[in-house]
Write a protein that binds this ligand. Structure first.
Ligand code: GLA
Length: 327
């Protein structure tokens, strides 16, 4: 078995995949052969890892950590603070009074310190806050964290993580931040944090793309801006949908030849830009391993098959894999 994808990018960046522990068995060979980084897809999300106020559940994350250790792979920690996949208890008060800022901060601190400390020898970087920027006209997304704590919930989270493991690297993870108004807001937020001395090391660019988005040129502009801030850049959740975002058709049993070609072009041009920015980009992670299991089968259109990854539904390598190996 020849190691391929990640070996090809040695000296450039890690190449990783997100997966759930339950899928380790079926993806084992692919992971060992092609990837040198792993992201727990759901195991570290608040709802899963901390379902009750006094109950943590590390079993599945531990399986991924063990696998990565045995196979000499890095682990990215995803994600400490997010508005989605949270348990009900988190934003509920325990007494008659409404939940105070102090109590919310205490819950946040407890959560972050427990998890970051537990994995301080195995998880080298964390998506500390996920999706904090507003998609509309506001600067920050209005979520419960912000409502109860205030705008400084973001920096507090970074400080708590840093206190738990000063050696780890801390990222703000965001989507649609490679261009436009949201890109500018993300850039401004990180710049403000850097000026204030908040322990943030980098930007996680999620990278949920489509065959016609983004253009390599607009992407390059944003990478240039982020790298001038002296930030580490991780591409954290890369996939390339066969459908453009507006395309809501549901009748395709398989992708057309044209779609397949466009996907190859998109992946190739993106990896070309990633290579150009190898001094800033340290890690590129695919959001999934193979087309048999992708969140895009239910988003943005429910029950529509998509084929966004590098391996097909039978776990065989797709032509697109070779296009980013043989450049
Ligand atoms: C976001 C989250 C990921 C994942 C994807 C969809 O990008 O950051 O953890 O939930 O949505 O699966």
């Amino acid at each position: 078995m020849k190691p391929m994808l990640h070996k090809k990018y040695k000296g450039y960046f890690d190449v990783g995949a997100a997966l759930e522990a339950k899928n380790l068995g079926k993806y084992e060979e692919i992971l060992k052969q092609h990837f040198n980084s792993i992201t727990p897809e759901n195991e570290l999300k608040f709802l899963i890892v901390h379902p009750q106020i006094a109950e943590y559940n590390f079993t599945d994350c531990d399986k991924l950590v063990e696998f990565a250790y045995e196979n000499n792979q890095h682990i990215r920690g995803h994600t400490l603070i997010w508005h989605n996949q949270v348990p009900d208890w988190l934003f509920e008060s325990t007494g008659a009074l409404s939940l105070s800022r102090n109590e919310m901060l205490r819950r946040m601190e407890n959560h972050i310190q427990t998890i970051v400390d537990r994995y301080k020898d195995s998880i080298y970087c964390w998506d500390v806050v996920n999706e904090a920027i507003d998609d509309g006209n506001d600067f920050l997304r209005n979520n419960k964290w912000k409502e109860i704590i205030g705008d400084d919930y973001i920096e507090k989270a970074f400080y708590y993580a840093y206190e738990a493991n000063p050696k780890a690297l801390f990222f703000l993870n965001e989507y649609n931040c490679e261009s436009g108004a949201k890109g500018d807001k993300t850039y401004d937020l990180i710049k403000q944090m850097r000026i204030k001395g908040v322990p943030i090391d980098g930007i996680g660019i999620q990278g949920h793309y489509q065959v016609d988005y983004p253009s390599a040129d607009s992407f390059r502009v944003m990478l240039e801006k982020y790298s001038r801030l002296g930030l580490k850049i991780h591409i954290t959740e890369l996939d390339v949908s066969m459908f453009s975002y507006q395309d809501r058709r549901v009748d395709l049993p398989e992708p057309s030849k044209e779609m397949i070609e466009k996907q190859i072009e998109k992946y190739s041009s993106l990896f070309k830009v990633f290579r150009e920015y190898k001094d800033s980009i340290d890690s590129v992670t695919l959001w999934g391993v193979a087309d048999d299991c992708t969140w895009l089968d239910s988003s943005p259109v429910k029950e529509r098959k998509d084929w966004p990854l590098l391996f097909d539904q039978d776990l065989n390598p797709k032509e697109v894999l070779y296009s980013i190996i043989n450049w």
